[in-house]
Design a protein around this ligand. Structure first.
Ligand code: XMP
Length: 512
C-alpha cells in the first residue's frame, strides 16, 4: 500500500491512478490529515504530491514528520520535492526562471528511482510546472538530474530511499512518467503488483458480508455502469438479501427499461422491482421548461418513489450506492472562493439523508476505469460496460422547453437511429458521449410534394476523458448527411437536423 499526501495539485488523482495501474493499492489523504491516519494506513511507501503553494512563504503546507519518521521510501513530486528539501535542511528559493509545460531533464547520475529505466547521460522529455527551485540540498542528498530551469530537477538519497522530482511523472506529457512511478512502487518500495480486480472482487465480497450480516439491502438501478456493477457485486456477496429498485421515470432511451429488466431479473436472477412511474414524472414536469426546476422535480420525485418502493418491501437496513473514489476523495483546496453551481448534478443526492439507512458503497475506492474492469471481471456484457454516460434526469434535459410524451417519443427514435449509425460506422467507442436533442423549434421543409412543418433535431457527439472538458467529434460530412437523411425519413415529427460543434468550455455537453 502506498499513501499519497495531497498538497492540492490539480493532478493528484492522476498519481493515484498511475500507482494503481502499476498493480499497487493506494489512497490519497490531505497533507494535514491527522498523523495517526498516516500511521494507521501502514504505508509501505509515501508520495508527496505537487501543489500550488510556495515553500518559500512561511506558513505554507509541510509534510507531517511521520512521513519521514516511518522510515519508508518517499517520493516528492514538484511541491512535494521542494518541501522535502526545505524540511530536511536544504534551501528553496523563488526563481526568476519559471518553467511551465514541456521540458527536458538530463540524467546526471544513476539512482534507485530510475534504475533499469533511465541512465546517466540520457535526456528525457518531462512536464514541468513550477516557479520555485531548490538551491541547496539537505545532507545525504545528491543531484541526479537537471533541467534548464531547475538545476536540481531530480534528487536522491538512496540510503533513506527518499527521492524528489521537480517534474510531474503522473501526467501523460511525461512519456516515461508511468514507468517511473511503477519503478518507485515496485523496485524502490518493493510492492508486488497484485492489486487486481480479481483480488478486489474477493476482498469486496468479504467486506460486504461483514458489513451487512443478515440485513436487507436495497439498491437503485439506473442502467448505468456504476449501479449495475455495484448490484452484481453485492448480489454475489449476499444473494437475495439484495433487492434492486429500478425507478423508470419515462425519460429513458429506446428499449433501455427492457434491457435493464432482462439483464438483472432474468439473466442474473436478482430480485428487481421495476416501477413504471412515467405518468407521475411526466405529470409533474408538465409545462416546466426551466432546466434547474426540471432537475429538482425529477430528483425529488425519484426519492419519493424509491422510498415508497423500499417501504413496500417492509423496509431495508442498507442502501447500496455506486459511489466512486473521485466523489469521496478529500481534495485540498487553496482557492477557497465560492464555487458556482453550473448545474445541480447530484440529482438524487438527498436519498441517504431521507431514508436514514446505512450505506453500502463497495465501489468507493475505485476509479471509473477500475469499475469497468471489475464489471468485466463479474461478466457484465461489454455493451453495458462500454456504454456512454447518461444523465440522471435523462431525456428531460435533452428537450429544451416543456416536455411531452410525444416529444420524448420523437427524440427516442431519432436518438436510436443516430446511435445505430454511429455503431455501424464503428465510431461508438471513439466517442465519449453521443445523443440527439429535440429543439422546441419548428421549421418548414418539403416532403414529397407537400410542405412540412416539424421539429429540428440537433446531434451532439463529444470526445472527453472525464466529462470536465470536451471537444465536438469531427464526423465527416458523409456520415452526418447519412444520419440526417435516415432520421428525417424514419422519424415522423423531425424535418431538419443540425450538428453541434461547440466544445466544453464554453459549452456544456448536455444542452441544459
Ligand atoms: P455537462 O452537461 O455538465 O455534463 O457538460 C457533464 C457530464 O455530466 C452528465 N450530466 C449529468 N449527470 N445528472 C447526472 O447524473 C445531471 O443532472 C447531469 N447533467 C449532466 C452529462 O451527461 C455528461 O456526461
Amino acid at each position: 500500500r502506498i499513501l499519497i499526501l495531497d498538497f492540492g495539485s490539480q493532478v493528484t488523482q492522476l498519481i493515484a491512478r498511475r500507482v494503481r495501474e502499476s498493480g499497487v493499492y493506494c489512497e490519497v489523504i490531505p497533507f494535514n490529515a491527522d498523523p495517526a491516519r498516516v500511521r494507521d494506513f501502514d504505508p509501505r511507501g509515501i508520495i508527496l504530491s505537487g501543489g500550488p503553494a510556495s515553500v518559500t512563504a512561511s506558513d505554507t503546507p509541510r509534510a507531517p514528520d511521520v512521513a519521514f519518521d516511518l522510515g519508508v521510501p518517499v517520493l516528492g513530486i514538484c511541491y512535494g520535492m521542494q518541501t522535502i528539501c526545505a524540511q530536511l535542511g536544504g534551501q528553496v528559493d523563488p526563481s526568476d526562471h519559471q518553467e511551465f509545460g514541456r521540458a527536458y531533464v538530463d540524467v546526471t547520475d544513476d539512482c534507485g528511482l530510475f534504475e533499469g529505466l533511465w541512465s546517466s547521460g540520457e535526456r528525457h522529455q518531462v512536464w514541468m510546472s513550477h516557479g520555485d527551485r531548490v538551491v541547496n540540498l539537505p545532507e545525504g542528498f545528491r543531484i541526479v538530474g537537471t533541467s534548464d530551469g531547475a538545476p536540481y530537477a531530480m534528487v536522491a538519497n538512496d540510503e533513506r530511499k527518499i527521492y524528489g522530482v521537480q517534474f510531474h511523472p503522473e501526467v501523460m506529457h511525461t512519456p516515461d512518467g508511468a514507468k517511473l512511478l511503477s519503478n518507485f512502487t515496485h523496485k524502490v518500495v518493493g510492492c508486488g503488483g497484485d492489486w487486481t480486480m480479481a483480488a478486489f472482487r474477493q476482498q469486496a465480497i468479504e467486506q460486504i458480508r461483514a458489513q451487512v450480516g443478515s440485513g436487507r439491502v436495497v439498491c437503485g438501478l439506473s442502467g448505468g455502469v456504476d449501479s449495475s456493477v455495484a448490484a452484481v457485486l453485492i448480489h454475489e456477496a449476499i444473494g437475495d438479501q439484495l433487492t434492486c429498485i429500478f425507478v423508470d421515470h419515462g425519460l429513458l432511451r429506446q428499449d433501455e427499461a427492457t434491457q435493464v429488466v432482462d439483464l438483472f431479473r432474468d439473466h442474473y436472477n436478482i430480485p428487481l422491482i421495476h416501477r413504471d412511474a412515467s405518468d407521475l414524472f411526466l405529470g409533474k414536469l408538465e409545462g416546466v421548461s426551466d432546466p434547474e426546476t426540471k432537475r429538482k422535480i425529477i430528483g425529488g420525485t425519484f426519492i419519493d418513489v424509491f422510498d415508497e418502493e423500499a417501504k413496500s418491501l417492509g423496509g431495508a437496513d442498507f442502501l447500496a450506492q455506486g459511489t466512486l473514489y473521485p466523489d469521496v476523495i478529500e481534495s485540498v483546496s487553496f482557492t477557497g472562493g465560492p464555487s458556482v453551481t453550473i448545474k445541480s448534478h447530484h440529482n438524487v443526492g438527498g436519498l441517504p439523508e431521507r431514508m436514514k439507512m446505512k450505506l453500502v458503497e463497495p465501489l468507493r475506492e475505485l476509479f471509473k476505469d477500475e469499475v469497468r474492469e471489475l464489471g468485466r471481471e463479474l461478466g457484465l456484457p461489454e455493451s453495458l460496460i462500454g456504454r456512454h454516460p447518461f444523465p440522471g434526469p435523462g431525456l428531460a434535459i435533452r428537450i429544451p422547453g416543456d416536455i411531452t410524451r410525444e416529444k420524448c417519443e420523437i427524440l427516442r427514435k431519432a436518438d436510436a437511429v443516430y446511435l445505430d449509425e454511429i455503431r455501424k460506422a464503428g465510431l461508438y467507442d471513439a466517442i465519449w458521449q453521443a445523443f440527439a436533442v429535440l429543439l422546441p423549434v419548428k421549421t418548414v421543409g418539403v416532403m414529397g410534394d407537400g410542405r412540412s412543418y416539424d421539429y429540428v433535431c440537433a446531434l451532439r457527439a463529444v470526445t472527453s476523458t472525464d466529462g470536465m472538458t470536451a471537444d465536438s467529434y469531427p464526423f465527416d460530412h458523409e456520415f452526418l448527411s447519412g444520419a440526417a437523411t435516415r432520421i428525417i425519413n424514419e422519424v415522423r415529427g423531425i424535418n431538419r437536423v443540425v450538428y453541434d460543434v461547440t466544445s466544453k468550455p464554453p459549452g456544456t455537453i448536455e444542452w441544459e
